[in-house]
Design a protein around this ligand. Structure first.
Ligand code: BGC
Length: 992
């Protein structure tokens, strides 16, 4: 083995890292949205001091990945600083005060210590599951495992370790990079966010966000989005896409990252994720199902990020875990996903990335996961323990702190294998899983995936750390070698294949029309509609209001990772955001869409409507008003929102603006108002939804680069709206239930969040407690009308059994010699040019290997019993046996062609008791089990109906029984079948 860079990649230089940056990509606390300061009539005493304190604002464009300091900074000029003395009272009094202060601090600390000691959660709330099941037991992966084993057998210890560990934050081009084994033709893998588009890259597509994709309820679009995203990734040299996201699931409507996933229901999330994964992997890119599991809020998600030494613990019971939070991951595994990312938080007081029950037990045993588990960035909190618990890849390679070059694996893993703390077969399994996943998607095909230089011209052709063509090859290190790092490859597709078309379609279909009184929509491009025109000679006057209609004057990418809510909201913020190649704003699309010969468009693109300007409201025949609600990932904050939303209302006083516009439009509200909201999730509409002037409300979610075009497609009826709510909109925030609230303040030294509502989140909660929402889950209007009829429930002939068939035996995983190599074989090669903070697999002296007794958990030596619910990818294959086929007829009864989302919900047998123990089993009122989006012609068309078909599996009809540790399908009583247009509009009902 030669020099470091032969093993780690062919780039051998780096630039000066930012010393000790505790939170990478951190935001200056002073950072505020310009809109908040410019457009709102809010008085902020921090920024203004009547006449004496002036607010100064400096703007600078920040190259990717660099410090934000100085971005928006506010300085205050103080006119007369009278004295430098901070304590201008007599010295004795001052000393007294100091003593008092010290005493108070000591008291507080002791009280805090006692509190911490008293409230610290007990260990061991997550059951142990050992040893890690080996990959290679599923016939669908047989070939890939064979090839992988052949390669892995030739690898040395350090080569194996190199593949399992990232080379460190910003050491190579991508947000995550593994070390290569160039000797055997195995490349460094580039891992890049996802899930919306390609983060930190140029010439890519800013697709609509996950919540928008979810709102389409269109399986084809979910798949196509995956394909297009993967095509872009492949052309940029990305091996692993860090998406789709299905955790958070949306337990808390204000959760900062709900928008990255597809909606607050496991089946919707599961279908969308599986479709996207299939689309991504068909193009040869590895998908990542993230974040496993229970990362439902941003506050306290990570150690120290929020001041607490430990991350929050999501305390989830076994049934809820299976039926809600793990469900979409099961579907992802069933779709063959290559990778799963474990999350930052703890689950039942054990870190998700060190939790043997979750990784060994659920993912690898029960769900038969054949790919590799990678840690979220710094979510790994232990070295040996996480290896034993089933982690396969450490990302980004740095250990407990950002970018400090001190890994938990890398050289540490080498030592742990050499001193026998981590068994050799565990390391072999980690590596084989990664290499097999690479083969499984076909990345060994050198025509499609050329090796990086010097062997080929493959590998990433963009840099996450600079926009310049030439830049540091190892940005985070101390090496100053530069090279061409950005080749600016345009991956957006061309002509009909231009991905912007797909982005536009998804954004239009992900727009949900929830109110359309007097058929105000669709609009007429020429202004007055036919029946309104009589006697009107003047131009039709349209007023467009709200900051959310316009561009951010500093450009759509002016805020780091999109962490500001300025101008129209088309993405939320965090690692799941991308640089917009362009952003079509609503106002420009609206202007372009109206015929200027007959329509006069005025805009007031701010949220503050000064009194003297209110007159413009009165001069309109139609008003379109925009508002929004933003959120994002917890390492950034904007407008006082640190990841999770502070409430469920529109931001920047959007409600107030809407109200003012709706009450003033035309002659004091006599002209109609259309409300458009861009938001990360549910928004309370109560402040304006019932105002008579509000004739239409469109929830356009996060539409991506084609925002304005997609919106006008719907406004003018080129696209008949077919989006449906992927969550419930309540009338009141409290209606979501007491446990739906973000924990904003720590309640324990290890913040504890008990998922005591169990299965009852979102619509399941509303149904259980009979709460009327404003708009229910699955709701959405169309410009046509639909009718459902002819429900047919056709149970397949099979003998009903409570439990699925016995778990089938899998095939044999590869095996390797288990001898521990001589430590000298792991020594760094002589003359290695060691790059600062770069993570290597080598040891530097054989005396680094210290033998000692590793404190294995007591259960480590007692092999766990394989789950009867396992046996294949996604679980026991019998769980996916079709047990009933349901059909219905959908008729378009309206004037135009349209798509309907036909939804199937089931109800479990009423008053059901466990058939063995007689114990009552509680079930939600109904649960979604399938949906189909169907297009049917309307108007005078001949064929105005279509058949809709659903297949129900054993798993669909089962519940997770904790005592048996298996899925149980009731054999007594009747299941109810409900088919309809939303979770509360279910005209077809049947039983079997
Ligand atoms: C996020 C992940 C992301 C990773 C890499 C983390 O902070 O939680 O979703 O993939 O960073 O950017």
């Amino acid at each position: 083995m030669a020099e470091s860079y032969e093993l780690r990649g062919k780039y051998s230089r780096l630039d000066a890292p930012e010393p000790d940056s505790p939170v990478r990509r951190s935001l200056d606390n002073a950072y505020r949205s310009s809109s908040e300061l410019e457009d709102l009539d809010e008085f902020d005493p921090l920024n203004y001091d009547a006449g004496t304190l002036k607010r100064k604002k400096t703007k600078s464009r920040r190259p990717r990945g660099e410090s934000l300091r100085g971005k928006d900074t506010f300085q205050f000029e103080k006119p007369n600083q009278k004295s430098r003395c901070r304590c201008c009272v007599p010295t004795r009094m001052c000393c007294g005060l100091v003593l008092l202060f010290v005493a108070a601090v000591v008291l507080l600390l002791s009280a805090g210590g006692i509190w911490a000691w008293k409230t610290a959660p007990a260990d061991g709330q997550s059951p142990p599951w050992y040893p890690t099941p080996k990959g290679g037991t599923d016939a669908k992966w047989e070939e890939s495992y064979k090839k992988a084993a052949e390669l892995v057998r030739q690898m040395t210890l350090v080569e194996k370790v190199n593949i399992t560990t990232g080379t460190g934050w910003s050491m190579q081009m991508c947000v995550g990079n593994t070390g290569p084994v160039a000797r055997l033709g195995f490349p460094s893998l580039c891992l890049q966010d996802g899930p919306l588009g390609i983060r930190f890259a140029d010439n890519i597509t800013a697709f609509p966000a996950g919540v928008t994709v979810g709102a389409t309820w269109n399986k084809d679009l979910m798949y196509e989005k995956g394909r297009a995203h993967a095509l872009e990734a492949k052309l940029k040299g990305i091996n692993v896409l860090l998406g789709p996201a299905m955790g958070p699931l949306g337990r808390m409507p204000a959760g900062g990252r709900n928008w990255e996933g597809f909606g607050s229901d496991p089946v919707l999330q599961g279908i969308a994720a599986a479709q996207m994964i299939k689309g991504i992997q068909v193009e040869g890119v590895m998908a990542t199902a993230k974040h496993f599991v229970g990362n439902e809020q941003e506050h306290f998600r990570q150690s120290w990020e929020w001041g607490t030494p430990n991350a929050i613990s999501s305390n989830i019971d076994d049934r809820t875990l299976h039926e809600l939070y793990a469900w979409p991951f099961a579907e992802s595994i069933r779709a063959g996903v290559a990778s799963i990312m474990c999350s930052y938080n703890q689950v039942n007081n054990s870190y998700a990335c060190g939790n043997s029950k979750l990784m060994n037990g659920i993912l690898k045993d029960e769900l038969g996961f054949q790919g590799f588990v990678q840690s979220d960035w710094l979510a790994q909190r232990s070295g040996v323990a996480s290896a034993l618990a089933g982690l396969d890849m450490s990302m980004p390679g740095d250990g407990l702190r950002w970018a400090d070059g001190k890994p938990l694996w890398g050289s540490e893993l080498t030592k742990a294998v050499l001193n026998s703390s981590v068994p050799m077969d565990r390391l072999d399994d980690m590596v084989t899983r990664i290499v097999a996943a690479w083969y499984q998607v076909g990345q060994d095909d050198k025509d499609k995936w050329p090796m990086p230089p010097p062997e080929g011209d493959g590998g990433p052709n963009f840099s996450s750390w600079t926009n310049d063509r030439v830049g540091f090859l190892h940005h985070g290190s101390d090496d100053k070698t530069t090279g061409v790092v950005n080749k600016f490859v345009n991956v957006q597709g061309e002509g009909d294949d231009f991905h912007g078309h797909l982005a536009r379609r998804i954004a239009a279909e992900g727009t949900v029309l929830v109110k359309n009184e007097d058929n105000i929509l669709p609009l007429n491009r020429n202004g007055w509609k036919k029946d309104e025109k009589a006697g009107k000679e003047m131009k039709y006057r349209v007023g467009v209001f709200g900051e959310d209609a316009r561009a951010n004057q500093n450009g759509p990418n002016s805020c780091v990772d999109r962490a500001c809510n300025t101008g129209t909201l088309a993405q939320a913020w965090g690692s799941g955001s991308v640089d917009f190649p362009y952003l079509i704003t609503p106002i420009e699309a609206i202007r372009k869409s109206f015929n200027e010969e007959s329509v006069y468009v005025t805009d007031w693109p701010a949220n503050k409507l000064p009194t003297e300007q209110e007159g413009i409201l009165h001069d309109q025949d139609l008003c379109i008003v925009f508002a929004n609600a933003d959120a994002g990932e917890g390492y950034l904050q904007a407008d006082g929102i640190r990841g999770d939303r502070n409430n469920l209302y529109t931001q920047h006083r959007g409600d107030y603006l809407i109200k003012k516009v709706a009450e003033g439009c035309g002659n004091n509200g006599s002209a109609p108002t259309i409300v458009v909201i861009h938001a990360v999730g549910p928004v309370m509409l109560e402040n304006f939804i019932s105002i008579p002037g509000v004739k239409a409300v469109l929830l356009a979610h996060l539409p991506g680069q084609e925002s304005g075009n997609a919106l006008t497609d719907v406004l003018f009826g080129d696209v008949n709206p077919s989006g449906r709510l992927p969550y419930t909109i309540a009338k009141n925030e409290d209606d979501y239930g007491p446990t739906s609230k973000i924990l904003y303040l720590p309640n324990n030294i290890v913040p504890q969040q008990n998922f005591t509502e169990g299965l009852y989140i979102d619509y399941r909660h509303f149904d259980k407690y009979n709460i009327t929402p404003r708009f229910e889950f699955g709701y959405g209007l169309s410009y046509t009308t639909f009718h459902l009829s002819s429900l047919l429930v056709n149970p397949k002939s099979f003998t009903k059994t409570l439990l699925p068939a016995p778990r089938p035996a899998g095939i044999n995983p590869p095996s390797y010699p288990t001898d521990i190599p001589d430590p000298s074989t792991a020594l760094a090669p002589p003359g290695l040019r060691k790059l600062g903070k770069y993570i290597y697999p080598y040891i530097f002296s054989t005396s680094d290997v210290k033998k000692g007794k590793y404190p294995y958990p007591p259960a480590y030596h007692i092999p766990s019993t394989p789950s009867p619910a396992g046996g294949a990818q996604g679980g026991n294959p019998d769980l996916y046996t079709t047990v009933a086929v349901i059909t219905a007829t959908l008729t378009n009864t309206g004037p135009v062609t349209g798509d309907s989302v036909v939804q199937l919900y089931i109800t479990y047998p009423p008053d059901y008791v466990d058939e063995e123990t007689g114990e009552p089993v509680d079930f939600p009122v109904r649960v979604l089990r399938g949906f189909q989006k169907v297009r049917v012609e309307g108007g005078d068309a001949k064929q105005k109906r279509a058949e809709v078909k659903f297949e129900l599996t054993r798993k669909d009809l089962s519940y997770w029984d904790v005592r048996r540790g298996n899925w149980v399908m009731p054999t007594k009583g009747e299941f109810g079948i409900e088919v309809g247009f939303s979770s509360r509009d279910l005209p077809l009902k049947g039983k079997f």
